[in-house]
Design a protein around this ligand. Structure first.
Ligand code: ATP
Ligand code: MG
Length: 649
């Protein structure tokens, strides 16, 4: 695979000497990792975590691709995230500032969090949950979501979080796949000021099949009326409210499963990714400390991800707490009750580190910079993004408007499968290039290879692979070892195939080119989606863009672009055909005439998963005039209809 176009010349951003002087990371981290090999990870595991029993073996790779890290060590994830901070005298530090969508808020100190997780663990045990059982969590982004995850970890039960925006069917299939014994849910939540319900979907999911479920534990959140099934359903405030605050965390093996989480399903049927305990926590804590330059005594960290996807696992529920951080959790949408909500939260809590997605940033750009301009964002010092490549336009906006030109930005590449950040800048160390995730984390062996698995020279592109096992790697796909081997380890034998295309630039830095499945082939030229999308974003009238390759009789594939107009362009009300023509020409000029979309379709919305990723396969269905495929993992199930309707007009 090769991409035949070259990105526009890049502007670089060097860290300030002041930032570098105080940074956790230094260039020596890379050298240490290189010199120490797997012992580097052993050292991190011992420095960053508290073990009940130390391990004697770092990595067992005798049966690849099934890795075992720190195998004979024992520890408890919840103890590491909560109890030990109280024991160390930091019980009064705030662990979680919860901000509800309607504006209610509650802060939990580490001591209070210890009481809450202990009570929840006792309540779950009271409902028959024991070590190794699966517990499905179908919750809004409220503190109880994190508390329930940690309570499972405390017992040694395996949580499977199902995004609260998913349908009853999606919930049922995940409950059945994991044979969950308990479901933890809420009556509902708030969404754009209105109550949005969860419990009815659980009732529907359990009305047929899903017979493994014995109890449903229900958090009262929006106080809407819900049906409670006698003998099966229990209120959280009753069961947890009355439970004891004394609970001894279970001693877990490093390789005991911590959770199962289904991937976004951007490319196909979601996979139940299984993570274990010791390695997962080690790499999570390590990356969180260095990528975000975390200073637990003074920072206020905010990751805007929902617990329903992996970022909300690694960088909300686990790593920040393992590192003793103070963090913000926000229940709602960025525009409720107004479009300044995110910035109001930054100002209110004095957020210093903010981790969000390119799609959120583009939405804010679309709303205009006057909105963040009304808030005091001077507390911010590190910014991060994840989920897809960040186009340089959005990067520079984030840097200038939100970061005031002073905050390093980390563009973090990783996957549900990798469990933790794998490629990213280190703030204070890396000279940043907008649009590129750039460098593998210390201790991580990333490569870009051709069809035969040979490394590509700088300046060319290929497949992104990982050459060595890493501590937080997935251990398997739940219940399906064969699919694990097939999906990730059959393409290049002993290398992990990430499914993404990537390019190495002249300095050897990595640019993610999107999913291999999304790469287009036009008249024998290979084109990557992010490059063309970036070119579209740089047109002043474009707020969002997605491109796909549609089958074409003459060129093999043709580039079809879907574009959302900026609010301003929308208000101007210019002729759409004329605008589309202008955008086509713009891409031709920015990249090359080959990359010029055959069609630019102006649409009201784009289909996105819960984590904000564009589901290009659905757009491809539209472009190729087919019935639209499975939309069950879309955040908004009506979007495809809106798009089809808008094009019919
Ligand atoms: P599925 O595997 O079910 O199709 P998914 O790949 O969208 O779903 P995730 O694990 O949530 O599920 O997403 C990981 C993918 O997101 C990566 O493989 C990559 O394509 C993309 N991604 C994540 N972070 C970045 C980034 N910083 N730059 C570019 N792409 C990114
Ligand atoms: Mg994937």
């Amino acid at each position: 695979m090769a991409s035949d176009t070259t990105p526009a010349e890049t502007q670089t951003f060097a860290p300030s000497p002041e930032f570098t002087a105080q940074a956790n990371a230094g260039a020596e981290l890379y050298d240490q990792a290189e010199a120490e090999g797997v012992d580097f990870w052993a050292r991190q595991a011992r420095e960053l975590l508290t073990w009940n029993k130390d391990f004697t073996e770092v990595l067992d790779w005798s049966n690849p691709p099934f890795a075992k890290w720190f195998q004979d060590g024992t520890l408890n994830a919840c103890y590491n995230a909560v109890d030990r901070h109280v024991e160390a005298g930091n019980g009064d530090r705030v662990a979680i500032h919860f901000e509800g969508e309607p504006g209610d808020s509650r802060s939990y100190t580490y001591a209070q969090l210890k009481d809450e997780v202990s009570k929840a663990a006792n309540a779950m045990e009271g409902l028959g949950v024991v070590k190794g059982d699966r517990v499905a969590l179908y919750l809004p982004m409220i503190a109880e979501a994190v508390i329930a995850m940690l309570a499972c970890a405390r017992i040694g039960a395996i949580h499977s979080v199902v995004f609260g925006g998913f349908s009853a069917d999606a919930l049922r299939s995940r409950v059945e796949d994991g044979q969950a014994k308990l479901v933890v849910t809420a009556d509902g939540s708030y969404r754009r000021g209105k109550p949005s319900m969860l419990k009815p979907a659980v009732d529907e999911a359990l009305s047929e099949g899903a017979s493994s479920v014995e109890h449903v534990l229900v958090v009262r959140r929006n106080e809407a009326e819900v049906e409670m099934t006698e003998g099966r359903d229990v209120w959280w405030h009753d069961a947890v409210g009355s439970a004891s605050t004394e609970h001894t965390p279970a001693e877990q093996g490093a390789e005991d499963p911590l959770f199962v989480l289904y991937t976004s399903g951007t490319t196909g049927k979601p996979k139940g990714i299984m993570h274990t305990t010791g390695g997962y926590l080690t790499q999570g804590a390590f990356t969180h400390k260095y990528v975000f330059d975390l200073k637990p005594e003074t920072d206020v960290y905010w990751c805007t991800a929902d617990v329903g996807w992996v970022t909300g696992h690694s960088y909300v529920a686990y790593a920040p707490l393992v590192n003793g951080s103070t963090q913000v959790i926000y229940e709602g949408t960025p525009d409720s009750p107004h479009r300044g909500r995110f910035w109001e939260i930054v100002q209110k809590y004095g957020v210093t580190i903010m981790y969000t997605s390119p799609t959120a940033i583009r939405t804010m750009m679309k709303w205009g910079e006057e909105i963040p301009g009304e808030y005091d964002l001077s507390s911010l010092r590190v910014l991060g993004t994840v989920g897809e490549a960040i186009n340089p336009e959005a990067w520079t906006w984030f840097h200038r408007v939100i970061g005031g030109g002073r905050c390093p930005i980390v563009d973090t590449w990783w996957q549900t499968e990798t469990g933790a950040i794998m490629i990213s800048q280190l703030p204070g160390v890396t000279v940043a290039k907008p649009g590129s995730a750039q460098v593998p984390m210390p201790g991580i062996k990333v490569d870009v290879v051709d069809d035969n698995g040979q490394p590509v020279p700088n300046g060319t592109s290929g497949f992104l692979v990982l050459r060595e096992p890493w501590p937080s790697m997935l251990r398997t796909i739940w219940g399906d070892d064969d699919r694990y081997v097939d999906t990730y380890w059959s393409r290049f034998g002993d290398m992990y195939f990430a499914g993404d295309g990537a390019k190495r630039d002249e300095d050897g830095d990595v640019w993610i080119l999107g999913r291999v499945d999304d790469v287009m082939n036009v008249s024998g030229h290979r084109l990557s989606t992010p490059e063309i999308e970036s070119a579209l974003f740089s047109h002043p009238s474009v707020a969002e863009a997605a491109v796909v390759g549609a089958t074409d009789e003459t060129t093999g594939q043709a580039v079809i672009a879907f574009v959302i107009l900026s609010d301003q362009a929308d208000a101007e009300g210019r002729d759409k055909a004329e605008l589309a023509e202008e955008m086509r020409a713009h891409v031709g000029k920015e990249i090359s005439p080959i990359a010029k979309p055959k069609k630019v379709l102006i649409v009201p919305e784009l289909p996105k998963t819960r984590s904000g990723k564009i589901m290009r396969r659905l757009l491809k269905d539209v472009a190729e005039d087919r019935e639209v495929g499975d939309v069950s993992t879309l955040a908004d199930q009506t979007v495809m209809q809106q798009i089809v309707d808008s094009l019919a007009r």
